[in-house]
Design a binder for this molecule. Structure first.
Ligand code: 13P
Ligand code: SF4
Length: 378
């Protein structure tokens, strides 16, 4: 018996062996064989989806990688009985909403949340809606849009009120969709994506206001709420908000001719200085399509930046992070090879762990909002 087998028995052992604690004491690389064996044993019954911010040790096992738009499309289209989502909670919830009857979604670590998604709670959003209507908004005048990075309850809230979900790859089209149906947008929960999108469409900054859920009345006068065209929820991504305009200046001075490309969750001041913006999938495509010899500074999560740097160095493309201090999404990082091996080996044993299940009443309207998102396209 190998050392590994002494600590945790191999695939197809009894339920006792499938306790998570047994897996987390093992060095990451020792799980590779077990993950691969479990994948073989599960065959086409299981699909593994991996977001671009996942660590190399995890994403290498994904059947399908992508940004949140692409992954939700994959979840809606797969026939696999089990969808193992290597990403964060809101992504797994969306997959459950989009899945067919009988499919089950698994998030290997339930602690893999998103601090931005946590910045909007359904009770606060309902209160905001009431405040907007007390300030004089007419029925149908405001179309709510929620970024994918939000709870299923907020997606359902938007679906039920004539709104939709968007991702960073189709935010502009979602805005156009909304303005074709109403006069104003309530954008949840990322102020930066909302502001960047509105700004790119030519909406003046003074027509976009911030609603702060922690302030009485959103911290804004009814008059300002009445005149605004876009009401931005005061939420942000703590990873992307760390990039500053001075980082762009610094990297340009250090590497003359470098292309700066950033995720639209960055501040407007950073996006304005960048050469291009895009979802994770688009950032990758920009790098792929560039000729050899191009240098990029990328403003997004460090695992993706490091992976691209390694992958494209042999092709003569230099890639650096926009900010040297390294921007790690700690919640994406929670999905470890140990968690993945544990979830898969349990599946082999016929036991579903960490299932993500959205309540049926929430599911209905969340599905409406997500279907609209998929119709709007990236
Ligand atoms: P993408 O949809 O661009 O992959 O972004 C998801 C995300 O959470 C970025 O922080
Ligand atoms: Fe959430 Fe930011 Fe992590 Fe994306 S990078 S999952 S927005 S905390």
């Amino acid at each position: 018996m190998s050392v590994l087998e002494e600590v945790v028995a191999p695939v197809s052992a009894d339920a006792e062996t499938c306790s998570l604690d047994n897996y987390l004491v093992l060095p990451d690389h020792t799980n590779d064989e077990r993950i691969a064996a479990a994948r073989r044993a599960l065959g086409t019954s299981t699909i593994l989806l991996g977001h671009h911010y996942q660590r190399d040790e995890v994403i290498r096992f994904a059947d399908f990688t992508g940004d949140s738009y692409k992954l939700s499309k994959a979840a809606a289209e797969t026939d696999a009985q089990y969808i193992v989502f290597c990403g964060v909670h809101f992504m797994a919830e969306s997959a459950d909403v989009l899945a067919h009857h009988g499919q089950q979604v698994i998030l290997p670590d339930l602690n893999a949340g998103c601090s931005m998604a946590d910045m909007a709670e359904i009770g606060q959003v309902e209160e905001c809606w009431e405040i907007l209507h007390r300030a004089g908004a007419r029925e149908g005048e405001i179309v709510p849009i929620t970024y994918m990075n939000s709870s299923a309850a907020i997606k359902a809230f938007c679906g039920e009120r004539g709104g939709l979900v968007c991702t960073s790859s189709n935010a502009r089209k979602a805005f156009e969709w909304a303005f074709a149906r109403g006069e104003k947008i309530l954008f949840l929960p990322d102020q930066h994506l909302g502001r960047n999108t509105g700004h790119a469409m030519g909406i003046p900054l003074n027509e976009m206001v911030i609603y702060d859920p922690w302030q009485i009345g959103g911290g804004i006068t009814p008059e300002r709420l009445r005149t605004a065209r876009v009401i931005l929820w005061k939420g942000h991504c703590s990873v992307h908000q760390r990039f500053l305009p001075e980082h762009v200046d610094k990297v340009r001075a250090k590497y003359p001719g470098i292309q700066v490309i950033v995720h639209p969750e960055c501040r407007l001041e950073v996006c304005e200085k960048a050469d291009a913006l895009g979802s994770t999938e688009r950032l990758i495509k920009i790098v792929q399509d560039a000729p050899a010899g191009t240098s990029f500074a990328i403003g997004t999560e460090i695992h993706l930046v490091n992976r691209l740097a390694k992958q494209f160095a042999p092709l003569g493309k230099r890639i650096v992070t926009l900010d040297d201090t390294g921007c790690l999404c700690t919640t994406m990082y929670r999905i470890s090879p140990g968690h993945l091996a544990w979830a898969l080996e349990n599946l082999v044993e016929g036991s579903v762990v960490n299932r993500i299940q959205v309540r049926d009443d929430v599911k209905y309207w969340a599905r409406v909002a997500l279907d609209r998102m998929l119709e709007v396209r990236a």
